[in-house]
Design a protein around this ligand. Structure first.
Ligand SMILES: [Mg+2]
Length: 194
């Protein structure tokens, strides 16, 4: 039997990139991810008059060097990979610094290559146009990214999506994998492997 195709997001699903690490380094602050409710951390944390300076500061950093892998992510992805045909589906554009985003493609590629050696790089889809991809299952932390062509849509819990209402989820046919990112992979395992 053909395996079902599963689209898997990276940021906030497999890992938190080093973005927050560098925000803290830049500001001398000690923010943690749960201090935020908005997706774009820099928009909230970085004062407007230091935004250009901050973008220059992070332009040469590897955001995946200090990435925090979410609890049980690799272990559960490995199990899922036995049952499903997994494609990585992830954006690499920093909307606040599009010109320098090429480095993100490379750094994310190298990161995934090391972290998930059992998924072929030929199955990396780096795009913002997630809605063009057909699949059976999709896991993403942003409701907007969950594709209407996909039959089983799973919202991965994250600091920025607590506000998504059950009504919205129902309307879009989306299942929420719990409400705590620390337990998100336990919940995905329960949904997809039982
Ligand atoms: Mg994401």
């Amino acid at each position: 039997m053909m395996k079902k195709v599963l689209l898997l997001d990276v940021d906030e699903v497999i890992c938190f990139s080093g973005f927050l690490f560098y925000i803290n380094e830049f500001l001398g602050s000690s923010y943690v991810i749960d201090d935020f409710e908005d997706y774009y951390l820099d928009e909230v944390a970085i004062p407007k008059d230091r935004f250009i300076e901050f973008n220059k500061f992070i332009a040469n950093k590897n955001l995946y060097e200090n990435a925090e892998i979410l609890p049980r992510a690799v272990e559960v992805i490995k199990k899922l990979n036995e049952v499903y045909d997994i494609y990585i589906c992830s954006s690499c554009i920093n909307p606040f610094d599009v010109k320098n985003s090429g480095k993100l493609f490379k750094d994310k590629y190298n990161f995934l290559y090391e972290l998930l050696p059992f998924i072929s790089p030929e199955k990396y889809i780096f795009t913002n146009a997630k809605s063009l991809i057909n699949a059976d299952i999709q896991i993403d932390d942003r409701l907007d990214n969950l594709n209407s062509n996909v039959s089983q849509k799973i919202l991965f819990p994250s600091y920025h999506n607590h506000g998504v209402s059950n009504k919205e989820l129902l309307e879009k046919g989306v299942l929420r994998a719990g409400d705590d990112w620390r337990l998100g992979w336990d919940e995905v395992e329960r949904i997809l492997l039982n």
